[in-house]
Design a binder for this molecule. Structure first.
Ligand code: B12
Length: 316
């Protein structure tokens, strides 16, 4: 696209916005004619000042023109953060839907490519080891390497960690650094105190960079814990980008799969399970795993055998 075409598009958008502004005097969108202020007529000097598309009012606004059942549509929208009832401009999304999408996408990119803050790791005395992944690009392409520790990592873990505790907690960046930065400070003390109160021994916690859930198998080849829990950043969605999950398993080791694991997911203060409450659930689930010496599907089977008239719904 050459400069003339870009300028023509900018002019067309500006004309459209001016038309809209004239017809909607209450709109918060405004054009700041920086060009006039600076005495220049160049269009690239014009600043378009649009309202923040991520505010709840903007996000939750019904975009369908003349809906048949406005109240029904509002109710429906209030049940889900999914992009429903957003309206359209011909066959395309409206500019405001597109801007919101772009803004949310920006947040997910920051979450995925961000780094877990060192001060948060320091706060809980977590040392860092790395999986066999070299960098973020490889992390995204090679989940298999994110499940394996480097030999140096294993050596460090061996040197620094208590062996054969009942519970080993590890923290992994996973797919959202924001999940760890925002939730670890709240969930970690609750889990620690909960385990202490229940007289359950906890190993030496540490942080794994470029981690996938399955790395708990490799961790346990060095630690030999009864239960390994990984607090890890979930794949960000286009709305919530800081959700953490706690995946755990009974005596993880090579060959164990997700069928032998449990998860407490969507731990976030932004419309999910708040991290303080989640910490209590994690401790409760650990107790259950220790009691039944099983996790995942096996735990579900064992607990339903014990109370067949009340099939448990809280195991997974
Ligand atoms: C991606 C994903 C998947 C992918 C995983 C593929 C992959 N290789 O990454 C696929 C499509 C295979 C999948 C399948 C299932 N998933 Co899923 N999944 C997710 C999602 C969207 C993101 C997970 C994530 O970010 N993990 C963190 C990253 C860093 O981990 P990872 O190592 O890259 O990937 C591992 C985990 O994602 C794990 N995993 C994914 N889903 C599940 C579910 C369970 C119960 C367990 C133990 C592990 C697990 O499998 C991956 C490989 O080890 C979450 C939604 C969320 N909000 O978290 C749901 C979610 C975790 N999944 C869920 C469910 C129910 C399932 C299934 C049981 C669905 C089914 N009925 O078949 C299966 C079980 C899969 C299994 N592995 O045994 C639920 C769990 C609810 C709960 N509390 O139990 C969630 C929370 C979605 C939801 N809201 O319902 N899932």
């Amino acid at each position: 696209m050459d400069q003339n075409q870009i300028e023509a598009i900018v002019q067309a958008v500006l004309a459209e916005l001016k038309k809209k502004e004239a017809s909607q005097p209450t709109s918060t969108a405004s054009l700041t004619p920086a060009a006039t202020a600076s005495g220049s007529n160049k269009t690239d000097a014009v600043i378009i000042d649009l309202p923040d598309p991520t505010t709840p009012e903007f996000r939750n606004a019904v975009g369908v023109e003349n809906p048949m059942d406005p109240e029904g549509l509002l109710n429906l929208k209030s049940t889900t953060p999914a992009r429903i009832g957003a309206g359209r401009a011909g066959p395309r999304p409206r500019t405001k839907s597109w801007l919101l999408f772009q803004a949310d996408h920006g947040v997910t990119q920051d979450a995925i490519y961000g780094e877990v803050k060192q001060e948060i790791l320091d706060q809980f005395g977590l040392f860092t080891v790395q999986t066999q992944v070299k960098d973020k690009a490889e992390y995204l392409l090679r989940p298999d390497l994110g499940r394996l520790l480097t030999p140096e990592a294993k050596m460090l873990i061996d040197q620094k960690c208590v062996k054969k505790p009942q519970v080993q907690i590890v923290v992994g960046d996973g797919l959202s650094a924001a999940a760890i930065n925002n939730n670890l400070p709240q969930i970690f003390p609750v889990i620690k105190q909960g385990l202490e109160a229940a007289n359950i021994s906890m190993g030496t916690p540490f942080f794994i960079k470029f981690a996938r859930v399955g790395v708990i198998n490799d961790v346990n080849t060095v630690i030999g814990a009864d239960v390994v829990v990984i607090l890890i950043g979930e794949r960000p969605g286009l709305g919530v980008a800081d959700a953490m999950s706690a995946y755990m398993g009974w005596r993880p080791g090579p060959g164990k799969t997700d069928a032998q694991r449990d998860v407490i997911c969507m731990i976030t203060n932004n419309g999910g399970l708040n991290p303080l409450e989640a910490g209590a659930f994690v401790v409760e689930l650990i107790r259950k795993i220790l009691k039944y010496q099983a996790s995942g599907v096996e735990l579900k089977l064992k607990t339903s055998e014990e109370t067949p008239e009340h099939p448990p719904s809280d195991v997974l």
